[in-house]
Design a protein around this ligand. Structure first.
Ligand code: SF4
Length: 441
């Protein structure tokens, strides 16, 4: 057998979980073709940089990552959202080997073939059935559609990624079975708007386990629930679909967790953002859900300092935060994004006001979070273990998605393994994290 080393590719994946899923698909395909994957620059024959082009700060981070890969390795293929701005990338880094946009898997793979020809030995062309994952083995992301049919004024994703294209339910479910069979304990369902899943294909049914499953988020979530592992939904819109998910949460088919980016609560700002909802309507919905699911964990993101946001709009937002009692919240100061309609709106907010509003927002939410976390002391919760070392274990509860939410610390508990789900009694809480131990009984 040939002893020639395998052609080896490195990858740097920036941006959102959706980009991470793109990276996984590219790697799965390359691995199936016999490429080795390395986390280090110096062992790679070429490096793929999967970029994010959403905010100006993300573009800067992407350019920095490309620069680092150029310096450390020199043979670089750029893909992802920032790839649509090939002119800028070429101007700064004329030596990059190829540039492709988001979801252009074929083009990325072709660029890799051109830069580093594949090994012809079929014995190396083996890939585990669950594919190659950039996430640890105990959880996996599941992308159910590409693109977006909305037109939020601050966003260029629909321009970058095109209109929504949903995958058939049976394909998604088959893809979900692979990590579940390989031991994953948690699936994180993602799309630009998870609740709109299937609208573009008329919610057409496809056959899974001998029965039809509609391409609709409620039907899909119900079927995913049959896998018997944690199912966590991200990027759900506050629409009727969310109402219809509540019975599934009550039944335990999916986690009592919804990641729902509200972005604002003032009707006039939401209108300028071209998004639905207003303070009272959103609060009514949240109360309605919590009546059915009292332990529902809600995560959301907001933008402060959107053009035209008045002091009154901002106070409406703070009032919403206090009343909505959200569990997990991210907040961004508004930034122009090249090509986004919001850039041309009147009354852009000065940076110092954005900064002040951001601090007031974060302080308000910190108080809410501290109160909600303190209320968990003395209760028992299930925790999925993410890390174990000599000093103990770190995990997450149903209310914590990986990387973006809080953590649960099991100090001194080394008798668990990554991926275990264990019950703990909460003994201590801080603003965002919990501490606890496994009860004796
Ligand atoms: S829902 Fe709005 S913010 Fe999200 S991707 Fe679509 S247009 Fe962008």
């Amino acid at each position: 057998m040939s002893t020639r080393p395998l052609p080896t590719i490195g990858i740097v994946s920036l941006g959102c979980p959706k980009a991470l899923v793109d990276s996984e698909r590219i790697l799965t395909r390359l691995r199936a073709e016999g490429y080795a994957i390395t986390p280090s620059y110096d062992k790679a024959d070429a490096v793929i940089v999967n970029t994010c082009g959403f905010l100006d700060s993300a573009r800067a981070e992407s350019l920095e990552a490309i620069g680092e890969a150029m310096n450390e390795n020199g043979r670089v293929i750029v893909t992802g959202c920032m790839g649509v701005d090939a002119t800028t990338i070429r101007r700064i880094f004329p030596g990059v080997l190829a540039i492709t946009g988001p979801h252009q898997y074929e083009a990325v793979v072709q660029a890799v073939h051109d830069a580093v020809p594949p090994d012809a030995n079929p014995l190396t062309s083996l890939v585990p059935p669950q594919g190659i994952r950039l996430t640890p083995r105990h959880y996996a992301y599941l992308k159910i559609s590409e693109g977006c049919d909305h037109a939020c004024a601050f966003c260029i994703i629909p321009q970058l990624r095109g209109p929504q294209v949903s995958r058939p339910a049976a394909k998604i479910l088959a893809e979900a079975e692979a990590p579940a069979d390989a031991g994953a304990q948690e699936l994180l369902v993602i799309a630009q708007d998870t609740s709109a899943y299937g609208q573009d294909i008329g919610h057409a049914a496809s056959t899974w386990r001998g029965r039809p499953v509609r391409a609709h988020i409620v039907d899909l979530a119900e079927a995913l629930g049959e896998l018997g592992i944690w199912i966590r939904l991200h990027y759900v819109y506050p629409t009727r679909e969310a109402d219809d998910l509540m019975p599934l949460i009550v039944d335990g088919a999916i986690l009592p967790y919804l990641d729902m980016p509200f972005q604002h609560a003032s009707a006039s700002v939401l209108k300028a953002m071209r998004r639905p909802g207003n303070h009272d309507r959103l609060l009514d919905r949240i109360h309605h859900w919590r009546n059915q699911v009292p332990n529902l964990a809600l995560r959301s993101t907001f933008i402060v300092g959107f053009p035209g946001e008045t002091d009154t709009d901002f106070e409406t937002l703070l009032d919403f935060l206090k009343r909505a009692e959200l569990d997990r919240v991210g907040c961004f100061k508004y930034e122009n994004v090249a090509g986004a309609p919001a850039n041309s709106l009147d009354n852009h907010i000065p940076e110092d006001i954005k900064e002040q509003r951001w601090h007031r927002f974060m302080q308000t939410q910190q108080d809410v979070s501290a109160r909600r976390m303190a209320a968990k002391v003395g209760t028992r919760i299930d925790v999925i273990i993410d890390e174990v070392d000599d000093e103990g274990a770190i995990g997450r509860s149903y209310a914590d998605a990986p990387d973006i939410d809080g953590a649960v610390f099991l100090n001194g508990d080394t008798d668990v393994a990554v991926g275990d789900i264990v019950e703990i009694e909460v003994e201590h809480a801080e603003d965002y994290d919990l501490w606890g131990t496994r009860p004796e009984d």
